[in-house]
Design a protein around this ligand. Structure first.
Ligand SMILES: Nc1ncnc2c1ncn2[C@@H]1O[C@H](COP(=O)(O)OP(=O)(O)OP(=O)(O)O)[C@@H](O)[C@H]1O
Ligand SMILES: [Mg+2]
Length: 468
């Protein structure tokens, strides 16, 4: 816990000393000033966390000091202390932005309590601000290519309307990010954004998940459950992987879109819902319609505004911006030292084909930041596949047996060691796939440090490109 630093501005030496004793006894660091101007200089130089300020001082009086402090240090809390405690001084001090007003003679408990309140409030506000900034950055869309700009234009047009949006594009291109950005910029932004991953929910549960059910409507329905459509009332529902819905569910969703009402399983009552639908898929729905897997009428309902997010390899100019963005992000996230990156490394990253798109790029940058030993990231710090494109095309199938167990020791086939390595590799690939190649999450689930997981990826030459 950092020591809070308190600046006391008071012309009476006795008061300064007694406050210093009390504060230091409580573990605060104390700085003293005998005049207003001295206090202002110390505030600039020492950046205190809080100021205790006397009103009646020769020269510049406390209220003027307060005004100047507020102007120069907007968020610095000031507690005003005065022996001439008329109501009007208290009111004026509060109007000028004092956090609290304490009358002299004061009990030290009173001062300490007010101090704690002010510091708590300041900390909360700072935390809030950090959190908010983290959320904003997480949802920021980075890129300046013509392709991404036209996606942003489409988002801008779609956002203020109530129209259904269908977002298509390969895995990892940012479809979910687009959906969230639309919601955040819509008139519904204060309401909920409810996400449903249609591919992840077992067929027999998806209807109850979407529409809800009454108690006892099927075996296992021990409690009533409201569905996602109801939960999203007045807000947005995001039907992710919509191409994976069964024909039966497709028919029901179509009905909700047409009628604007849902029926819980086991209930004949219909419930009106006001929901905006955004859907996404990495399948080619036009092809799925041809194959008879997706209803054409539902497709037309969903694709009122279609948005296609192009793969990263078609907009390589975005790569440097994304790499820098994620270098900053991971540096902040893990409090690591900032790194530079050489032009050669950046060029290799821009040339790479990024089959896993931005998710793969993000994972690669995270791994680089953990694994690179120096302050500068250069070609040798990049994964082999990025450094020498083409070398690993064909992935693990084409990789020679020794690549599997690490380059240093070639192992004869059929040994225990080889068996163990193969099993470990297969396990890791499976877990990574299950968690969408999210390294942090996978590491957490299999209970190993991220750095160890990265070492294993390196050792077994596992990448989303070859194993995704
Ligand atoms: N333009 C962008 N700027 C910054 N980060 C981005 C951008 N596009 C995507 N990302 C990030 O890349 C990752 C993958 O994006 P997202 O989950 O939106 O992709 P997706 O298309 O929904 O993938 P999938 O089809 O696998 O579900 C996320 O961490 C997301 O924040
Ligand atoms: Mg997604």
């Amino acid at each position: 816990m950092p020591k809070f630093r308190i600046l006391v501005i008071d012309d009476e030496a006795a008061i300064r000393d007694s406050l210093r004793m009390t504060l230091e006894y409580e573990g605060y660091e104390c700085i003293l000033a005998a005049t207003g101007p001295e206090g202002l200089t110390l505030a600039d130089r020492e950046l205190p966390d809080l100021v205790l300020l006397d009103v009646k001082m020769p020269g510049m009086d406390g209220l003027e000091v307060l005004e100047r402090l507020r102007a120069a240090h907007e968020t610095l809390p000031v507690i005003v202390v005065s022996g001439h405690g008329t109501i009007s001084t208290a009111v004026e001090a509060t109007k000028k932005g004092a956090f609290d007003f304490i009358e002299k003679p004061f009990a030290s408990d009173r001062v300490l309590l007010s101090l704690r309140h002010a510091l708590d409030q300041r900390q909360l506000r700072d935390e809030n601000r950090t959190l908010k900034r983290a959320v904003e950055v997480r949802h920021q869309m980075i890129g300046d290519s013509a392709a991404l700009r036209s996606v942003m234009t489409a988002i801008g047009k779609a956002a203020p309307t109530n129209a259904t949006v269908l977002i298509q594009g390969e895995s990892g291109v940012g479809k979910e990010l687009v959906a969230r950005t639309i919601h955040r910029n819509s008139l519904r932004s204060r309401e909920r954004f409810v996400q449903v991953n249609c591919a992840a929910i077992p067929e027999e549960l998806i209807e109850s998940e979407l529409f809800g059910h009454e108690k006892g409507s099927f075996t296992g329905a021990t409690e009533k459950q409201t569905g996602k459509f109801e939960q999203a009332d007045r807000g947005t529902i995001f039907l992710d992987e919509v191409g994976d819905m069964s024909p039966k569910t497709q028919a029901k969703v179509l009905r909700v879109l047409q009628e604007g009402e849902v029926e819980r399983l086991g209930s004949a009552r219909t419930i009106k819902v006001d929901v905006r639908v955004i859907a996404a898929t990495n399948k080619n729905l036009e092809e799925e319609i041809e194959k008879g897997n997706f209803r054409e009428d539902l497709y037309f309902r969903l694709a009122v505004i279609p948005i296609y997010v192009p793969p990263l390899r078609e907009r390589p100019e975005d790569v440097p911006l994304l790499v820098r963005h994620y270098m900053d992000y991971f540096c902040r996230e893990s409090n690591a030292r900032p790194r530079r990156i050489t032009n050669a490394a950046m060029e290799a990253l821009s040339r790479y084909r990024w089959k896993g798109n931005i998710r793969e790029l993000r994972n690669t940058v995270e791994r680089m930041m953990i694994m690179a030993p120096g302050d500068t990231i250069d070609l040798p710090d990049l994964p082999g596949a990025v450094r020498t494109p083409g070398a690993t095309t064909g992935g693990r199938v084409a990789a020679p047996a020794h690549a599997v167990s690490g380059a240093s020791e070639a192992v004869a086939p059929g040994t225990l060691r080889e068996f163990k390595d193969n099993a470990e590799r297969a396990f890791l690939v499976q877990k990574l796939r299950e968690h969408g190649w999210n390294i942090s999450k996978t590491a957490e689930v299999i209970d190993t440090p991220r750095s160890n997981l990265y070492k294993k990826l390196e050792q077994y030459q596992i990448s989303q490109e070859s194993d995704g």
